[in-house]
Design a protein around this ligand. Structure first.
Ligand code: V47
Ligand code: SF4
Length: 398
């Protein structure tokens, strides 16, 4: 059944709460829901209701298309001056010898291992340390671009930028201009955590504030550049903190239109100071994807980061508002495996990712970082497609 028919049935449902009916009406009319509506969705709406609303919006925006890209991650260091309590990845300065600290040459050696591969993006984030400064990162971006001009450099978050610009005694505006000139193409969405100081001060105290995070993205957007946004959820925050976080993002997006995709990041509790905090359930993960799709009407894409939630939940999320999957990755990030994700060696071939999308009746589209289509895999036949014939011939119920 088509998503608009499901929405029509929902609107005529006698048993649905009046407040939820009025939110569903807004969705069917393409109107924006308010912060209060968003809180009501978190507090009252069950998963099937949210699925119908989010899928309706998702299909209006993108039909059956699911985007993915081919990328690899580089993490210059896992030693960090900060002590975020959710972080399983960073080694504190006092345990520095247990971590890694790559030089520019080490990083370029990693880039060169991909020379013969059709990768379109390198995603660079890591810990914060004094030697990784404005000079280091501008040299790194320049060297990558000199070596491989077509490789999109998506690098660093306001956490690193705030630190390195302060250390260099330059303004955010000057700093982002230097990065732009050095070859930075876009900014990933990390470091956002939860903006509200009631929570941020407890889990990520000392690093850039929510307002500073937003300001650096705003300056980057004003340079005509794009970035992503994340939200680390499912720990000690309340629903109202999630609403505040997404509302701040929606306001900035109204001003700049610079965000490309929103990526909810599920808190994983292994090997960090918050191991006593239970992880969210799969139902809550899917509810959260759906609510973000419904609320963030000015974001084109909602992305599921499969190394964090596992490929099964990522596949399910495609029925709850998600239209974007990150990425082939090639086992190059440790952030989530160290925090207890089921994906210990995150890597999918293009074919595996394509089949994962096809098997839930969607159309796989390889994109570049700026969402230009690289290859439409909808009717693509792989050499060993026979292997998948059984799945492909199953009727898909949408
Ligand atoms: O900022 C750290 C999060 C982020 C844990 O923009 C954790 O395309 C859960 O931002 N449990 C880094 N989350 C990753 C990130 C990202 C990932 C994929 C794509 C993009 C993009 C951005 O990971 C950190 C932090 O919020 N994180 N530790 C943890 N234990
Ligand atoms: Fe450092 Fe980032 Fe980990 Fe915080 S989340 S301790 S800033 S690496």
């Amino acid at each position: 059944m088509k998503s608009e028919h499901k929405l029509a049935l929902l609107l005529n449902s006698k048993s649905l709460d009046q407040e939820l009916i009025s939110i569903a009406e807004k969705v069917s009319q393409g109107s924006r829901i308010s912060d209060e509506d968003c809180l009501s969705l978190y507090e009252k709406a069950d998963l099937p209701t949210l699925g119908i609303l989010a899928n309706y919006i998702r299909e209006k925006k993108h039909g059956d298309k699911v985007f993915f890209n081919r990328n690899f991650h580089m993490e210059p260091t896992n030693v960090c001056l900060y002590t975020c309590s959710f972080c399983s990845y960073s080694r504190l300065i006092k345990k520095r010898s247990e971590g890694w600290e790559y030089s520019l040459e080490d990083m370029m050696d990693i880039v060169k291992t991909y020379d013969d591969e059709p990768i379109t993006e390198v995603h660079i984030v890591g810990g914060v340390l004094p030697q990784y400064d404005v000079q280091f990162y501008s040299d790194l971006f320049r060297s990558i671009k000199d070596h491989r001009p077509d490789l999109h450099v998506k690098a660093l978050t306001p956490v690193e930028y705030h630190y390195i610009f302060k250390k260099a005694k330059i303004s955010y505006e000057e700093g982002m201009k230097i990065m732009d000139d050095a070859g930075l193409d876009s900014m990933p969405g990390g470091g956002a955590e939860i903006f509200h100081p009631e929570i941020r001060d407890q889990i990520a105290g000392g690093k850039c504030s929510g307002d500073e995070w937003l300001r650096i993205h705003e300056i980057w957007h004003e340079l005509g550049r794009r970035s992503n946004a994340t939200m680390l959820y499912g720990h000690i925050e309340a629903f109202r903190h999630r609403v505040h976080h997404m509302s701040e993002l929606r306001k900035l997006q109204d001003k700049t239109s610079g965000f490309q995709t929103f990526i909810p990041l599920k808190f994983r509790n292994k090997g960090n100071e918050m191991s006593h905090v239970d992880e969210s359930t799969v139902v809550e993960d899917l509810r959260n994807y759906a609510i973000s799709r419904i609320f963030l009407d000015n974001f084109d894409h909602i992305k599921a980061y499969w190394p964090m939630i596992g490929r099964d939940t990522a596949q399910l999320s495609l029925a709850f508002g998600v239209d974007d999957l990150d990425g082939t990755i090639d086992d190059t990030t440790k952030i989530y495996s160290m925090a207890g994700s089921e994906e210990q060696n995150p890597s999918l071939t293009t074919e595996q990712l394509v089949q994962m999308i096809r098997r839930v009746g969607r159309e796989p589209i390889e994109r570049d970082t700026l969402y230009n289509v690289v290859t439409d895999y909808t009717d693509h036949v792989f050499e060993d497609d026979k292997q998948y014939k059984g799945y492909l011939s199953l009727p898909v119920v949408k």
